[in-house]
Every structure is written in C-alpha cells, then in structure tokens.
Ligand binder design. Structure first.
Ligand code: FE2
Length: 375
C-alpha cells in the first residue's frame, strides 16, 4: 500500500495498470444480447450470474474470445441501476474495467488527483480466494472498476458467476478475434481537453496522437480526437464534435445516447479477411464503402501487396503510416440508438487509427445519418 506516496506520483506508478480486465455492457435483455454476440460475433459464454447462482441484482453473462472479455448484464427489477441506465442511454457500455496490482492504491491515487469515487474499495471472496475491487467515474455515466486478481485463483470473473447451464456455443465459422486494440469515448463539445487531462493527470497516461477538425472532416461533419494510452495495452481515443455544415456524427451520438459514452470498441485479428468473411457469414452488418474508395486506396497504398479483391468485396479499409499498414472495418451500430459499434482491425506495423480513412468512413456514416434524417 502506498498511502504515503506523494500526489505527484501517478496512479500508474503507484498501482500499475496491467491492461483491460473486462468491458461490461448494461442492456435491456442480457440473454438476447449475449446470444447475439455469440451467434453473430463468435463469442463463447464462459459463465453466468443471476438468480440461479444466488445473484439477485442482475442477470449477467461473461463472453470470451481470444483475450477479449465482455460482460453483458440486464436488470431483474425496475428499480435496478441497470434499468435506469438503459432507460437513459439505451444499451451501452457501463464499465471499462482495468486490471491492477492494487485496487485500493489505484482508487486512492485517482481520487487524490481529482477522480470522482463511485464505490470505495471492497472485496469479494469465495473458495477461489479474494478479489479486490474499487470504482471511479469516467466520462458520462461510464465507470472504471479497478480489479486486482492476484489473490483470486482461476479464470472466473468474480464470486457468483458459475459455468453451469450456459447457453451452448453457436455453430458457425471461427471469427478469430484476439484482443481489444482500442476503446473510443465520445465526450460533449468543448470537453475534450478536460477528459484528455483526466487520463493524463489522474491515470498517468500519455497523449499518443492528436487530430483536429481540419484533419477529420468531410464536407458536412467534423470532429476532434486525441488518443491517450498507458504506454502499453490501454489505448483510448477520445472524440468531441466539431462544427461542420451539418451535425457531427459525435453530436448525433451525444444526443441519442444522452451524454458522453463509449462509441466503439476495436477488436484485433491476425487475419481480417477470414474474420470479416466469418462475421458476414454469421450475419454481421458493416458500413458500406463506395467503390471509388478502392481506386484511391490502391494508389495510396501502392507500396504494399494487398488482397484488393477481397478487401473490396468485404468493404475492408486500408491505411498506412511510417511503420507499416493496417486494415480495418466498422460494423453498423449494434444498438437501436445510433451509438455503439465495433471495429475489426489487423495491424501490419502501423500504429495509427486509420486517419487516412476518416473521410471515407465519414462519408459512409453520413449516408446512414441521412437515411435516419439526422444530417
Ligand atoms: Fe477505432
């Protein structure tokens, strides 16, 4: 415990953050969202908590693929905070849980540096040992739970979750997603600097990249974005809307989600052509990319020998930076409100986020905005 550590020691030095622990979604019906993530995205359900396991506050499914762990939770009564969250935001991400070596130290360091407490450090114990947890507020109603698993054996999420009587694994082509690449937050106009400051000052993160609205704009829509990271595994681009001729897609998110929140989760694959083919075979819908994009992309990325026919057939985007190239694709929103979506990404050296694709992506998004009458 580092209770005497000075306030200028960052959280990350005092209770090192080891990476993502899990991402918890709060949804209207956990059973069906879990089923959707299993059938469409190829996740496996590895444990469940609910009335049948002695948990009376929520129904909750743990879904895993590669090193990715999602938790999908639904309310069991109208007075549940999950029900309130869903009423306000629709289905969305509630918790970006971070693995740490000392949850109490991480909590104290964060609070000293200006984070708002959500739940003081607490422990959960069962025959596997003791799990140490604490929770602070992030943007909007999103939270970060600090999770210390060093005293908790095995792979179970936490006490109350059992691997009995789970929904069976779906039949379908293997998707091959391996890990979380980055998680993007949308914040209200004018609040980007504040949240970048939060992650840099409170969490000890660094700024990795910055894009202003001159770089990320189309004829109609613009945004500003700054990427913060822990120097290793936790990578978080944060967006704020900027003025364009029409409504920014970030502003559309803020209005429909009713505040700041997680916009997309990028999931890594080692073979994006196989992954996207499998996802399409399983029924996942992706944003459409105009054919003209590939005429431009082939000349932009002429230095690389890429499977252009497959990329174009599957609507996969390509971009490069000085370290190599990346391939990426974005799903349509997975929520009823135009809010949360997934990105699938394969990196071949490149460390960027597809800046060269923003224009192509935005034009695709704007076609969908137009269809919803929001452009
Ligand atoms: Fe992304």
């Amino acid at each position: 415990m580092n209770s005497l550590a000075s306030a200028d020691t960052s959280l990350n030095e005092r209770a090192s953050l080891l990476g993502w622990d899990c991402v918890e979604f709060w949804v209207g019906n956990a059973r069906t969202t879990a089923g959707f993530l299993m059938s469409a995205f190829g996740f496996e359900c590895t444990s469940y908590a609910g009335p049948e396991t002695g948990v009376t506050t929520k129904a909750s499914y743990v879904l895993e693929q590669g090193d990715i762990r999602f938790v999908v939770s639904g309310a069991l009564s109208a007075d549940s905070p999950i029900a309130e969250h869903v009423r306000k935001h629709g289905d969305g991400v509630h918790d970006l849980a971070l693995r740490t070596t000392d949850a109490a130290a991480a909590f104290r360091a964060a609070i000293e540096r200006g984070a708002l407490p959500v739940r003081e450090p607490w422990t959960e114990a069962d025959e596997s040992g003791v799990l140490e947890l604490a929770q602070v507020a992030a943007f909007g109603e999103t939270v970060h739970t600090f999770v210390n698993r060093s005293g908790y054996e095995g792979t179970r999420l936490e006490p109350g979750y059992l691997a009995d009587n789970l929904p069976s694994t779906t039949v379908g082509p293997s998707v091959g997603l391996t890990r979380i690449d980055h998680i993007v937050g949308n914040v209200e106009k004018g609040r980007l600097a504040e949240w970048v400051g939060f992650y840099c000052e409170v969490f000890g993160f660094d700024q990795l990249q910055q894009f202003d609205d001159a770089q990320i704009r189309t004829e109609y829509s613009a945004l500003m974005s700054t990427v913060v990271w822990d120097g290793a595994k936790i990578v978080m681009p944060i967006n704020e809307p900027a003025d364009g001729l029409k409504k920014s897609q970030i502003q559309e998110y803020i209005e429909h989600y009713d505040g700041a929140g997680v916009q997309h989760i990028a999931l890594r694959t080692d073979d994006i052509v196989s992954s996207v083919q499998a996802l399409r075979d399983r029924g996942v819908r992706f944003m459409r990319v105009p054919d003209q994009y590939y005429v431009d992309a082939k000349s932009r990325l002429a230095a690389f020998d890429l499977p252009w026919a497959d990329l174009q057939r599957l609507n996969i985007l390509a971009d490069q930076d000085r370290d190599g190239y990346l391939l990426q694709i974005f799903t349509e929103t997975i929520t009823d409100r135009p809010a949360v979506f997934f990105e699938i990404i394969e990196r071949r050296g490149a460390k960027g986020f597809g800046e060269g694709n923003f224009k192509a992506l935005f034009e695709a998004i704007e076609r969908d905005q137009d269809r919803r009458g929001n452009l």
